[in-house]
Design a protein around this ligand. Structure first.
Ligand code: MN
Length: 252
C-alpha cells in the first residue's frame, strides 16, 4: 500500500512525524506538506505563484503552498509516487463540527477523496501540555489496517478526532455526525506599534449542537470519534420550500 501523508500544521510539526512513523508500518509512505503552518487554509489552492517542492534530509517534501496544493501535486504524479490513500494529520487541535470547513487537515484528506480507499483526517483534541500524538497516529493505523473490506460510497473521507491521552486510556470507538459550534469570539481589535488598527481572529466558539451522537460528545467522553464526510453540501430538507418559492416567481 502506498500512503501519502500530509497536514496543515506544516512539514516540521511533531504530529506529521508521528503519523508518518506509524503509517510506515503499513506500507510505503511519502510525506508532502506545507513549508509552514497553514492551519485554517481549508481547500485553498495557490494560483498566484509557482509551487516549488523541496526534499528535506529526512525524505519529507515541503511545498510553498497549501495542504490542498500538496495533495493535488502528489495525486497528479509529481513525485513518482501514486498513492492508494491519503492520511492527513495529526493535527494539533480537534476538528469538530463547523471546524471542518476551515480545516486544512480535513481539506488535505478531501483532496484524496477520488483515490481507491477512504482518506483519513486525524486530529488530536489537545487541551493540556502533555501531547499524545502517538495515540492519534495509532488510531489512524489501526483503522486503516482493518478497513480493507470496508465498503463506503465513493468520495467518502473519514474524520477522526482523538482524545489526548495514552492509547490504553481511550474508551473505544464511536461513529458520529458533525455537531455545530456556537458563534466564535469576536476578533480582537488591537493597535500595532505604529498606531494602526489591526485584528487577531479569536478562538472558535463552544460546541453548540453537541448532543450524544455528535463528534463533540464522543471526544469529550474519551472515545475516538469517526465521522464519514462528503463534499455534497446540498441541503435536501430545504428543497420543498425553495421549490415552492421558485415556482411562484415571475417566469422569464
Ligand atoms: Mn492545524
Amino acid at each position: 500500500m502506498k500512503i501519502l501523508v500530509s497536514n496543515d500544521d506544516g512539514v516540521y510539526a511533531p504530529g506529521i512525524a508521528a503519523l508518518a512513523l506509524e503509517m510506515s508500518r503499513l506500507g510505503e509512505v511519502l510525506v508532502v506538506a506545507p513549508d509552514r503552518d497553514r492551519s485554517g487554509a481549508s481547500n485553498s489552492l495557490t494560483l498566484d505563484r509557482p509551487l516549488m517542492p523541496e526534499k528535506l534530509e529526512n525524505g519529507f517534501i515541503r511545498v510553498n503552498g497549501t495542504p490542498t496544493d500538496c495533495v493535488l501535486l502528489a495525486v497528479a504524479g509529481a513525485f513518482d509516487f501514486l498513492p492508494d490513500v491519503v492520511v492527513s494529520g495529526v493535527n494539533r487541535g480537534a476538528n469538530l463540527g463547523d471546524d471542518v470547513i476551515y480545516s486544512g487537515t480535513v481539506a488535505a484528506a478531501l483532496e484524496g477523496r477520488t483515490l481507491g480507499m477512504p482518506a483519513l483526517a486525524v486530529s488530536l483534541d489537545i487541551r493540556s501540555s502533555s501531547v499524545h500524538y502517538e495515540t492519534a497516529a495509532q488510531a489512524a493505523r489501526v483503522l486503516l489496517e482493518s478497513s480493507a473490506g470496508l465498503q463506503l460510497p465513493p468520495r467518502t473521507i473519514l474524520n477522526l478526532n482523538v482524545p489526548n491521552r495514552p492509547w490504553s486510556e481511550l474508551q473505544g470507538w464511536r461513529q458520529t455526525r458533525l455537531g455545530h459550534r456556537g458563534r466564535a469570539d469576536l476578533p480582537l481589535r488591537m493597535e500595532d506599534p505604529r498606531g494602526r488598527e489591526c485584528f487577531w481572529i479569536a478562538a472558535v466558539g463552544p460546541g453548540d449542537d453537541a448532543g450524544p451522537e455528535t463528534d463533540f460528545a464522543a471526544v469529550a467522553e474519551g472515545y475516538v470519534s469517526v465521522t464519514p464526510l462528503q463534499v455534497d453540501m446540498t441541503r435536501r430538507e430545504a428543497a420543498p420550500a425553495l421549490q415552492e418559492l421558485l415556482a411562484g416567481l415571475p417566469q422569464p
